[in-house]
Design a binder for this molecule. Structure first.
Ligand code: ZN
Length: 257
């Protein structure tokens, strides 16, 4: 197929909405904001949506990158994105959720985990807080083991293994999630510290190791049912998740507990 050169009017429309973020091993192309009205619990909220693409090993300009899109088979690549709310860059305090993709929980509403609930609840809290961002991380299915393996792990769980053991039995480390790209994007959108919604102190450590300043933490529990009770207990007993339900804590307190 003959390549059609991009027309300059197309490029000029996209140019102001594209940014190149340098990373250790290449660059990230960030596109946005795109206006995204979202239906949440019957109410329409106006988020701004950004999507990014890791251009590992390359730092091509945006228009070379766009030229390559039609042949790059992007549907096969996992792409992450972020929903931003309010004056994210400048608000004194911004609520952040780093949400790992969960095909079964987020899309189907599975009650085997609490992901679907956490996704909706964190969007709701961000809107109520007035400023924040929900990062939706595509490479994180099943704590990084992928969707197919997650199906296998679920079968093991039905036969008595807990979440951590099931992953290990299949040859995976329990948690192989990487936050490096998300932190690069967050820093490009906001320089000030953030409050992180999580029950997981290891996630705070991973984010700080990736260079993010997290000063406060807000727990995010809920939607407990007979189907996910064991899963939630495993998070607390095996993975070190903190059980308390309410309030915002300084991160330093989390570390000493
Ligand atoms: Zn889930």
């Amino acid at each position: 197929m003959e390549k059609t050169a991009l027309r300059s009017n197309v490029l000029s429309v996209l140019e102001e909405k594209m940014r190149l973020i340098d990373t250790e091993d290449g660059a990230i192309h960030l596109v946005g904001p795109v206006r995204l009205p979202v239906n949440l619990y019957g109410q329409t909220l106006s988020f701004e949506w950004y999507c990014w693409l890791n251009d590992e090993g390359g730092t091509s300009g945006y228009h070379e990158m766009i030229e390559k899109l039609s042949t790059a088979d992007l549907a096969e690549l996992q792409q992450s994105s972020v929903l931003v709310y309010g004056d994210f860059a400048d608000a004194d305090d911004a609520l952040i959720r780093m949400h790992s993709i969960c095909h079964t929980g987020d899309i189907f509403g599975s009650k085997r985990c609490d992901c679907g609930y956490q996704l909706k609840q964190s969007m709701n809290r961000i809107a109520e807080h007035g400023a924040g961002a929900l990062f939706y991380l595509a490479g994180h299915e099943g704590r990084g083991i992928g969707l197919f393996t997650k199906a296998l792990a679920y079968l093991l769980q039905e036969n008595g293994f807990d979440t951590v053991e099931a992953n290990e039995q299949l040859g995976f480390v329990d948690d192989s999630r990487n936050y490096s790209d998300a932190v690069h994007v967050l820093k490009a959108l906001r320089a000030k510290p953030v409050t992180l919604m999580t029950n997981n102190p290891k996630k705070i450590e991973a984010l700080e190791a990736a260079g993010l300043e997290v000063t406060k933490r807000q727990p995010l529990w809920g939607d407990v049912s007979e189907y996910n009770e064991h899963y939630l207990q495993t998070k607390i007993q095996r993975s070190g998740h903190l059980e308390e339900k309410d309030g915002i804590q300084a991160v330093e307190e989390t570390k000493t507990s």
